[in-house]
Write a new protein. Structure first.
Ligand SMILES: Cc1ncc(COP(=O)(O)O)c(C=O)c1O
Length: 362
């Protein structure tokens, strides 16, 4: 079933800067989930990293007394490069994907086109740096239409799979956005939650395709939100522009260790195995929510689902009263108050969610 819309704002718009509420753009799921609540609002998998990763990080605690070395940083870039089939100089380590977005203005775009509905940090980071931003707001089924992007845009930013719609765009369609002088930025923060990563451009970004930049985050799959880990994949000269002006020692030894560890083959295999679990849980959630009469946006490929309900604010209130947090989605340009986002979770958590929604709808 396709979700409906509350606001029509389709196509491309240069939204005047003084009409943008920056606080709204900075609203993320962590604000919706208070401690102790059953959390469907934040898309992190689990409460903490898996035991093997915790042990590996704990074993490095004594490195906190010194600065991260160039050798450790190179080892992390080498591990990431091996994971994606590129070279270490095509990897730039980040203190989380959010740091990567904050670097985008260093590419000095004259017009940045940002696809919506999508994660709002790139839009915000570009605006706060004074870059002109054209919002390209897709309508259901939120399929990427390259023709909607202004020809003048020399930077295009989109997510794949996309938060919050869970839509996965075809890599080939993304590449149709390529134009001379334009850089395409693909936020693949959730790509490792998709089995096989079929539409990832991680293997392309680099010297062979200097106009493609891919951002990856370790936050979600590895429950490392509090450590801040991610990386850019791209051509060395583009990465150098992004890196310019950055503080020295931007990542600590534990961040560097986490990036190294999660790029190793056994970790990648574990993530891919978990992606299959997520796919099965997602299928079950779609069935169960649809059976309650909730509109669930499909096809969905991410570890979260976009819902459309009759009264979003009321349902959120009912669920919160029962200790369940879901993500309001009206802070995403193009969505409205009756859109909600829920993380894909296991059967026990979903049992509680379904029971609570059923009670609220009665
Ligand atoms: C789509 C998407 N991209 C990037 C990020 C940034 O993640 P982090 O800065 O934790 O790596 C998030 C966080 O919610 C996200 O949802």
């Amino acid at each position: 079933m396709r979700s409906g819309r509350d606001h029509r704002n389709v196509g491309c718009a240069l939204v005047p800067e003084d009409s943008i509420d920056h606080a709204t753009l900075r609203h993320h799921g962590d604000v919706d989930a208070r401690p102790g609540m059953l959390d469907f609002a934040v898309n992190v998998q689990g409460d903490a990293p898996p035991p093997w990763l915790r042990e590996r990080l704990a074993a490095r605690l004594d490195t906190l007394g010194r600065y991260p070395s160039a050798e450790e940083e190179l080892a992390a870039r080498t591990a990431v490069a091996a994971r994606h089939g590129c070279s270490p100089d095509e990897v730039l380590l980040l203190a989380g994907g959010a740091e990567g977005f904050a670097m985008l203005p260093r590419l000095s775009p004259t017009l940045a086109a940002v696809l919506h509905p999508s994660f709002t940090e790139p839009d915000l980071a570009l605006r706060e740096a004074g870059v002109e931003v054209a919002r390209v707001v897709l309508e259901p089924p939120y399929a990427l239409d390259p023709a909607l992007v202004p020809e003048a845009a020399d930077l295009v930013v989109l997510g794949n799979p996309t938060n919050p719609t869970s839509v996965q765009h075809c890599a080939a369609t993304i590449l149709e956005l390529r134009r001379p002088g334009r850089i395409i930025v693909v936020d693949e923060a959730f790509a490792d939650a998709v089995a096989g990563e079929p539409e990832s451009l991680a293997g392309l970004a680099g010297s062979a395709a200097p106009d493609v930049l891919v951002l990856r985050s370790l936050t979600k799959t590895w429950a490392l939100a509090g450590l801040r880990c991610g990386y850019w994949l791209g051509a060395p000269e583009v990465l150098a522009r992004l890196n310019h002006g950055r503080a020295h020692w931007p990542l600590g030894t534990l961040q560097v260790e986490a990036i190294t560890a999660t790029a190793e083959p056994a970790a990648v295999a574990q993530a891919q195995q978990h992606a299959k679990v997520i796919a099965a849980e997602r299928r079950s959630m779609v069935e169960r929510l649809t059976a309650l009469g909730i509109e669930v946006h499909t096809p969905a490929d991410g570890p979260f689902l976009l819902l459309h309900v009759p009264d979003g604010a009321l349902l959120r209130k009912h669920l919160a009263e029962q200790g369940i947090a879901v993500r309001r989605a009206d802070t995403f340009p193009g969505l409205g108050p009756n859109h909600l986002r829920v993380a894909v979770r296991g059967a026990d958590a979903v049992d509680r969610l379904i029971a609570a929604i059923r009670a609220a709808l009665c």
